[in-house]
Design a protein around this ligand. Structure first.
Ligand code: ADP
Ligand code: MG
Length: 347
């Protein structure tokens, strides 16, 4: 074993690694409808309904920094990011389990704060905490949440159903959580250099809230039902628009054109990005943690969502051979690169 050539996780990347590790697992159970590869797995429930399951872990130092993350917000966020994956399947979230590993640095009171946030999310999203696991860790805190949901089989939306010429739609606005993180990191550096200086967070409420206490788009699942629109493919925007678009295009065998001028960006995101010398478009494409939904709809459904304040059409799918492009404000086509998704790069 020690003589064998070793592959670094950095060189293979997160998705390459998942593929390698899971490739030999073939489903044996009739009840397993869909396993690895989408926002949530599907298990048969009865003739008409399926159970949806999704897991995500948050690790101190990787996903959060307790210097500026209140534990209550962290608990809330840990739940929300998991529910988001259930909504991304067009499902309803019903239960969660929560596992934590904490070092001796954390007193009971700290974990109670964390659980206040978890409780709040359970109230707001109407889900039950039904179990979990508690263990110690050598250093730091880890929270792993599993979300369980349900959907009618015929309502489930996968990542792989988008077709050429269909419209690409995104909910809410993008890039704010990333700019919120930049603000927090800047103030952390200022504080480290001089602990007497108070953090200057005034006027950044929206960006900070999007980073520290994001919401999942449960409402969109309801709106789509009310509008009688079933997306042909859907994913939640956890890693940045470019990366999520890549997932849909790869799995649906299509290409895409999205238009810079159509991207939904809050004014505060643009102005703050420019202050930081970052292009607002880059925040949207590669920022991540927005927890909005990205989906495709048939052209004939356009009238149903036209003018909807929660949804923006940002482009359309093309043939696979055409590739993925951002059309900039001057009309030039810039090839999209998936960034922001590789947890093992540069760390
Ligand atoms: P998301 O960004 O929606 O949370 P991920 O990128 O984390 O999705 O995961 C992609 C797919 O790979 C999912 O189906 C997930 O369940 C699966 N997956 C991720 N890590 C592992 C692992 N270590 N073992 C088995 N399956 C995994
Ligand atoms: Mg997801």
């Amino acid at each position: 074993m020690s003589e064998e050539k070793k592959t670094s996780l950095e060189s293979i990347g997160e998705f390459g690694l998942i593929e390698e590790l899971t490739k030999d697992f073939k489903s044996k159970r009739e009840s397993t409808i869909y396993g690895v590869g989408d926002d949530a797995a599907l298990i048969a429930k009865d003739d008409e309904n399926v159970t949806l399951i999704s897991t995500d872990a948050l690790v101190e130092g990787i996903h959060f920094n307790l210097m500026y993350t209140p534990l209550m917000h962290l608990g809330y966020k840990a739940v929300v990011v998991n529910l988001s994956d259930i909504y991304a399947m067009n499902g309803a979230a019903e239960q969660i389990t929560v596992s934590i590993a904490a070092s001796s640095r954390f007193p009971k009171e700290a974990l109670e704060e964390l659980y206040k946030g978890i409780h709040k999310a359970c109230e707001i999203y109407n889900v039950d905490l039904i179990g979990g696991d508690t263990t110690s860790s050598v250093s730091g805190l880890m929270i792993s949440v599993t979300a369980i949901g349900t959907a009618k089989k015929e309502d489930v939306v996968y990542r792989n159903g988008a077709k050429e010429n269909e419209l690409i739609v995104v909910t809410g606005d993008l890039g704010a959580a990333y700019m919120g993180l930049q603000i927090l990191e800047r103030e952390k550096s200022v504080y480290k250099a001089n602990p007497d200086i108070q953090p200057d967070l005034d006027g950044y409420d929206y960006l900070l809230e999007r980073q520290l206490k994001p919401e999942a788009r449960k409402d969109i699942v309801r709106f789509l039902k009310e509008l009688d629109v079933k997306p042909t493919a859907m994913i939640d925007v956890s890693d940045g628009l470019a990366s999520e678009l890549f997932h849909i295009c790869n799995q649906s065998n299509v290409g895409a054109n999205i238009y810079d001028e159509k991207l939904p960006i809050d004014t505060k995101v643009s102005t703050t990005a420019i202050d930081f010398d970052i292009s607002p478009t880059t925040c949207v494409l590669n920022g991540g943690e927005d927890y909005e939904l990205l989906f495709s709809i048939k052209q004939e459904d356009f009238d149903k969502i036209k003018g909807n304040p929660h949804m923006t059409v940002i482009g359309h799918f093309t043939s696979k051979d055409s590739g993925l492009y951002l059309i900039d404000k001057q009309g030039a086509a810039i090839q999209l690169k998936a960034q922001g998704w590789n947890h093992f790069k540069g760390e």
